[in-house]
Ligand binder design. Structure first.
Ligand code: GAL
Length: 966
């Protein structure tokens, strides 16, 4: 983004209204009118420091759903060749024809694209996962020869086998950890393409929730100088001394892929939030070839402003590797200055102040997109959690995506960073190490959790396993406590609580006091609590219809209601805080039901992020200063006139009064741990609550009886989006009555069309709705639906239109402002190399194009090659090449292009006995020949007449390509 656009967006951010001290009455139907923090710069949710030297590799992947069985290998020669590097078969082979595979853009979750199936696994949301293949070719410029090249996968669900140019380069058995593949040794440059092939087996499960399937996070191509900083190779976690001064120890791991040692300078500079440099350090180091080495530096900033959830101040640290004035490599990392303390009696302290942890647990999927969550949707979800008044998130139960952590650093949400597999064996320990190495610079990350609810937690084996895992974490990061989320076993003689710094309790309210009495010196937090069931917008449980009331009545047998869980935590100073299961609903685990329910009932928000009653309840309990007041449910109870309606005022006021059509119908002194409830005889009209503090009115909320829906309405989170082809946001769809008021009971079908962008998913928060989450239609559920849109690249407008039978349509226009798209690796079309040719010996006369030209045996002497010139020969100037080949499927169907990258000599091109092109000028030149469509094997003959005394033939590659649509 250029500076003007940047300033414009900054102005936009500051123009966003701050919440007034006395809150106005708000209609809280979708939560969007609640004070969410502004997205960074008002617009672009991505971090400022894009890492130089990295290109996104998100576009141009070919995808095949289902396995492609490997061909059986038989015969001595084939078996011999099979055992060699570069010799992969089937869909892993470089020459495999993937031209008929669907092209997809990452992030991609194939499971969310399929229909729910009652025969599939309830835990995975009744979505089939199965097996899929991805392939991508990359063309590398010859100028990149000698550079270090790495492909970085954010994660692949679940078991991935990765080949590069026919050689297996990784087998990764986790759907949550990053994979870094050194492409350098296999890389081919120029005309020869590089092929990445990935078989993804998503049958194995690592969780009991929806896990998605495929390459559901970003992929990057890193291009670095021979001497470079290794991936995740900067450790810069600020330290505070007892006297209050700060230092930033910076450790940089370098490698050198050249053949000679090189002396370089490592420079670390720290800037303040206004981008003024405030501290710098430099070190010299010699890096031997292929011997990673660490350089250590230290910075001493004075009086940095602390980072906290209320004030998430980030300081950019820039690390550069220099040779003279040449910058060889660079990393930009946002760090924060904060210090932590868990006290066994007084709980958690941040920057010397007590801070009760008000957290939520969350999985990593969303309505419509499954696990393929765009960066800006991560940002939105974090802002939504901030609007809830929470200050922490537990990314249960796996390594989070970096884009989520970026948003947590930026907006101020503490992160309990959780490891997936409880297993100290080398493969799994490597995953834990990777996690700590990747995330240990982040101010938001404040705890490492090594497991969740493991049956071995109360055994000596469990203790020994955690001891090893904790030691591994400590070796990489001694500044953050290690915890483990226990749901049992904490009183056995040997158990994991003895091997962690902070013991985490999942549920177990009755054990809080007992444990604290027995182990008064052990810090304790709830790592998971609540697990209460509710369906958004429903006010009576009906188990025959898989519906749970939204009143906070339905705690799981192992859990508690929202009120009961928070009360137990809030009243005990020694309990550092809690993590509600969950902030957002998620696909899968539809406890307490099964089919037809396919997604969860635990969320404070539904799967779209629309608030349930619990959202207002937590705001009332978690937000102290800003007045909070919401009334639940709605006020549309036609047919129940005169009957009592249960009304809840969710407020942090001291006292609240309730007026129905102007008449006082209730008054209560507020206990924030148990919100005031009223039974109000129903009469249509307006029910209003007024909140008081110190006898002064501080807040109001209204619910009113509305009319029938007459019109649809579309409400965005942002009216401006970055025209970078990636920015995405959820749009709220609701219906309004003739006076423009939200109709909470509207359950009607809506359809959408879009220009200037695309719809990437739809949802409505109903766990029992089986309509597809992809496409262009969705029913409103209890008044709401959500459309997630992604912008097209470039400046312009994004226009979303919504229609519903019998209602006035709605149109939403969002500005797409100019924003540079992030650099992407150029797309390549599938192509087929015609490498080895049968060749006739040189003759003085023109060969017969219809005669068999020569042997195509690999070991025959008269053999031609693309990329090699022949002659000149005394025997004559005429030469003939022949090749039988079956074009890629898309070329067979639609025709294609035969490209001679360089053809020397004059030539005739014959296909299946017919001349299709001629080259008159004998000078070496490229030649493109249209290749007509046609099934089966094709016979290609090229007759070449050399210039006198000159070599002739195929100086460079001969390639069959797909026809590119104009
Ligand atoms: C916990 C578990 C969570 C989730 C939750 C549902 O025991 O850690 O992953 O399953 O129960 O209540």
């Amino acid at each position: 983004m250029d500076r003007r656009a940047f300033l414009a967006t900054t102005a936009l951010a500051t123009a966003l209204p701050a919440l007034p001290a006395r809150a106005k009455a708000v209609d809280t139907y979708n939560g969007s009118d609640l004070p969410m923090p502004a997205p960074r710069d008002g617009l672009d949710p991505r971090p400022i420091p894009e890492e130089p030297g990295r290109l996104l590799l998100d576009r141009g992947w070919r995808f095949h759903l289902g396995d492609v069985p490997m061909p059986e290998i038989k015969g001595h020669q084939a078996t011999y060749e099979n055992a060699k590097a570069g010799a992969a078969h089937g869909a892993a082979a470089m020459t495999f024809d993937d031209s008929d595979w669907r092209e997809v853009t990452l992030p991609h979750d194939w499971a969310i694209e399929s229909a729910v199936d009652p025969q599939a696994n309830v835990s995975q949301g009744y979505r089939r996962r199965g097996i899929g293949w991805y392939r991508r070719t990359i063309r590398l410029d010859p100028a990149l020869k000698g550079k270090f090249l790495e492909i970085d996968f954010g994660a692949i669900a679940t078991n991935a086998t990765i080949w590069i140019n026919g050689t297996i380069v990784d087998r990764n058995w986790s759907g949550f950890n990053g994979i870094h593949v050194d492409l350098t040794p296999y890389a081919r440059f120029g005309d020869e393409l590089n092929t990445i092939a990935i078989r993804v087996d998503a049958e194995p499960m690592e969780g009991w929730w929806y896990e998605g399937a495929g390459i559901y996070r970003h992929v990057w191509l890193a291009v670095r100088e021979p001497v470079h900083i290794v991936t995740d190779g900067v450790h810069c976690d600020p330290r505070r001394a007892a006297d209050g001064s700060w230092s930033v120890p910076v450790t940089v791991t370098l490698n050198n892929i050249a053949t000679a040692a090189r002396k370089v300078r490592v420079n670390a500079s720290l800037a303040d939030p206004a981008r003024t440099f405030i501290a710098a350090a430099v070190a010299e180091i010699e890096v031997d070839p292929l011997q990673p080495i660490e350089a250590s530096l230290s910075l001493s900033p004075t009086d940095p402003k602390p980072w906290s959830p209320d004030s998430p101040t980030l300081y950019p640290l820039i690390v550069r590797i220099l040779d003279g004035e040449t910058v060889l490599d660079e990393r930009r990392i946002n760090i924060g200055f904060r210090w932590l303390d868990f006290d066994s009696r007084t709980g958690f302290h941040l920057n010397g102040q007590p801070l009760k942890i008000k957290g939520t647990c969350n999985h990593q999927d969303h309505a419509g997109v499954g696990t393929a969550i765009p960066d800006s949707l991560w940002d939105w979800r974090v802002r939504r959690l901030k609007a809830l008044g929470s200050n922490a998130i537990r990314v249960s139960h796996n390594a989070p995506p970096t884009e989520l952590l970026d948003a947590c650093d930026r907006h101020g949400l503490l992160v309990m960073n959780e490891n997936r597999q409880f297993n100290p064996s080398p493969d799994y320990m490597a995953q834990l190490e990777w996690l700590v190495r990747r995330d240990r610079n982040r101010p938001s990350v404040f705890m490492w959790s090594v497991f969740n609810e493991e049956p071995m937690q109360g055994s000596p084996q469990g203790y020994e396993m955690v001891r090893r895992m904790a030691a591994t974490v400590k070796a990489l990061d001694d500044s953050r406590p290690v915890t483990a989320a226990m749901n049992d076993g904490m009183f056995t003689p040997s158990n994991v609580s003895q091997a962690v710094d902070v013991v985490g309790f999942n549920y177990q309210i009755p054990q809080y006091d007992k444990y604290h009495a027995a182990f008064p010196d052990k810090p304790l937090t709830s790592s998971e609590d609540t697990s209460a069931f509710s369906t958004r917008g429903e006010w009576a449980t009906d188990k025959t219809r898989n519906i749970m009331t939204s009143y906070d009545d339905e705690g799981a047998p192992w859990g508690a209601t929202h009120n009961a869980a928070w009360k137990a935590i809030a009243e005990r100073p020694f309990v550092a805080g809690g993590f509600v299961w969950t902030g957002f609903d998620y696909h899968g685990e539809p406890t307490p039901f099964e089919w037809p329910s396919t997604s969860s009932f635990f969320g404070i928000m539904d799967i779209c992020g629309f608030p349930k009653l619990a959202f207002h309840q937590h705001r009332a309990q978690w937000i102290d200063d800003t007045p909070v007041l919401a009334l639940q449910p709605h006020w549309n109870w036609s047919g129940k006139e005169g009957q009592p309606i249960r009304v809840v005022a969710l407020t942090n006021a001291e006292r609240v009064t309730l007026l129905l059509n102007g008449e006082k119908v209730g008054e209560a002194v507020v206990d924030r741990l148990k919100q005031p409830e009223f039974q109000v005889p129903y009469a249509p009209g307006k029910l209003e609550a007024i909140g008081y503090r110190g006898g002064r009115e501080v807040s109001r909320a209204v619910i009113e009886t509305v009319g029938a829906p007459v019109k649809l309405r579309l409400t965005p989170d942002r009216r401006v989006m970055a025209g970078d082809g990636e920015d995405a946001q959820p749009i709220t769809v609701d219906a309004v009555d003739s006076r423009g008021r939200h109709v909470p009971l509207a359950n009607l079908p809506a359809s959408f069309t879009i220009e200037g962008g695309e719809i990437i998913g739809l949802g409505n928060g109903n766990p029992n709705d089986h309509d597809p989450e992809k496409g262009s239609a969705r029913r409103l559920f209890n008044g709401l639906a959500q459309v997630i849109v992604r912008v097209a690249a470039g400046r312009g407008k994004l226009v979303l239109r919504a229609t519903a039978p019998g209602l006035k349509p709605a149109t939403l226009t969002v500005d797409r402002i100019a924003a540079a798209p992030r650099a992407q690796v150029a797309n390549t079309r599938p192509e087929m190399l015609l490498s080895f040719w049968a060749r006739a010996p040189f003759t003085t006369t023109r060969p017969d194009p219809n005669a068999k030209i020569g042997s195509d045996d690999r070991y025959a002497t008269a053999r031609g090659r693309s990329g090699r010139l022949e002659g000149p020969s005394e025997a004559g100037r005429w030469n003939g090449y022949q090749m039988n080949f079956t074009p890629p499927a898309s070329v067979r169907r639609r025709g294609g292009v035969l490209t001679f990258t360089e053809l020397a000599g004059s030539a005739e091109i014959w296909l299946d006995g017919k001349k299709i092109a001629e080259k008159r000028d004998p000078a070496p030149a490229p030649l493109d020949v249209a290749l007509p469509a046609g099934q089966g094997e094709r016979s290609l003959v090229v007759l070449v007449e050399a210039e006198p005394g000159k070599a002739s033939g195929f100086g460079k590659m001969v390639v069959v390509r797909e026809k590119v649509d104009q």
